[in-house]
Design a binder for this molecule. Structure first.
Ligand code: FES
Length: 115
């Protein structure tokens, strides 16, 4: 699939993105988290689909992000919610890396399960 965003916005330096501490940024009046997942930098929806808690304040453990409010958890590789909650998966957004900089597509472009 070829998706060409209109623009790319520099949002962080590659070295600022951690495996354990989500980096929260604002994009289009939404919260987006940057994380390093299995060696790749990914952008995920930053507010919990349950009651909009800021997920960047949550805990990352064993490949899951635990919401700081009511403890729903989301699998980092695909955003899927863990058992017992029935919440939608976290949206994932298109990013690119260039010259040690992380760029986020504008407008935001979601990526699907198979991307
Ligand atoms: S706000 Fe995240 S589980 Fe309730």
């Amino acid at each position: 699939m070829d998706i060409s965003p209109q623009t790319w916005r520099a949002v962080a330096q590659v070295d600022d993105v951690s495996e354990t501490e989500p980096l929260e940024i604002a994009a289009e009046n939404r919260s987006v988290m940057l994380l390093r997942i299995a060696g790749e930098i990914r952008a995920l929806q930053g507010n919990c689909p349950h009651a909009a808690a800021r997920l960047a304040k949550g805990r990352v453990e064993d490949g899951w992000l635990h919401c700081p409010h009511h403890k729903a958890r989301f699998r980092l590789t695909d955003g899927v919610c863990g058992p017992g909650w029935g919440l939608p998966a976290l949206l994932r957004y298109m990013v690119k890396l260039e010259d040690e900089t992380v760029y986020l597509a504008e407008p935001l472009v979601t990526v699907g399960k198979d991307d």
